[in-house]
Design a binder for this molecule. Structure first.
Ligand SMILES: C[S@@+](CC[C@H](N)C(=O)[O-])C[C@H]1O[C@@H](n2cnc3c(N)ncnc32)[C@H](O)[C@@H]1O
Length: 220
């Protein structure tokens, strides 16, 4: 008989929002993130910009196998959806992913790129990101400075789009993300439990099948 999992809530020993969450996020807000962007990431970005139709973009960051990119393409047929992930292994599980920039639907592309660079290039280019989905980012349970809201990239993230949708199965991550968006970047946030009839991603499917609650934070 399959053993019932009982450990799914124990993502980290951290029991509440990290005590340094706000101070770390404020420090990053008040400094300039200057890490160099590698030439090949810039070339890739320019290729994408040249290929894309001139429409509003919906960005699916950390899209993994591209399941959510397909879901969004159906949900927003008149928008351009770009799914980005740094794992060629995960991207290659999508049947239409062939190369670093692959058109997978009439209105959707999958891109093999590092989002920390990609977001900065998007922001500098003034391309409009109508909505930004970040679905089940790596929670980095032991290191808040690797979580998006605790990293210097947070300033770019919270400036990139008027609407950001983040989902996670770790409520503390959702609470930290909300705290930083609200108290450091003065943005409006709403948190809810995900109760959609169909999962948007493979991780979400796995969590919901395990009866684990998933949390959504909408910023903006
Ligand atoms: C936990 S998985 C979630 C995948 C998918 N969103 C889902 O819910 O099934 C996190 C994904 O983010 C990607 N990722 C993490 N950091 C990234 C980065 N800096 N640049 C691009 N992709 C990244 C990983 O490769 C991985 O596919």
């Amino acid at each position: 008989m399959k053993k019932q999992r009982t450990d799914y809530r124990i993502i980290s020993n951290q029991t509440d929002v990290h005590e340094n969450c706000l101070s770390i996020a404020k420090k990053h807000r008040d400094t300039v993130f200057q890490a160099p962007i590698p030439g090949h990431q810039l070339d890739l970005f320019n290729q994408i910009v040249n290929q894309l139709p001139d429409e509003s973009i919906i960005l699916d960051s950390g899209c993994g196998t591209g399941m959510s990119t397909d879901v969004l393409a159906k949900q927003f047929p008149d928008k351009v959806i770009i799914g980005v992930d740094k794992s060629s292994y995960r991207l290659s599980k999508h049947p239409r992913f062939k190369e670093a920039i692959s058109q997978t639907n009439e209105n959707a592309w999958l891109v093999h790129a590092e989002i920390n660079h990609f977001w900065r290039l998007l922001l500098e280019s003034n391309i409009t990101i109508e909505q930004h989905f970040i679905l089940y980012p790596n929670p980095w349970p032991k290191d808040i400075q690797k979580r998006f809201h605790g990293h210097p990239i947070a300033k770019t993230l919270f400036s990139l789009s008027p609407k950001t949708v983040m989902r996670t199965n770790w409520e503390i991550y959702a609470n930290e993300f909300t705290l930083v968006a609200r108290d450091v970047y003065a943005l409006i946030c709403e948190k809810r439990i995900v109760n959609d009839s169909e999962p948007m991603t493979l991780f979400e499917k796995k969590y919901l099948e395990n009866n684990e609650p998933c949390f959504e934070v909408v910023v903006g």
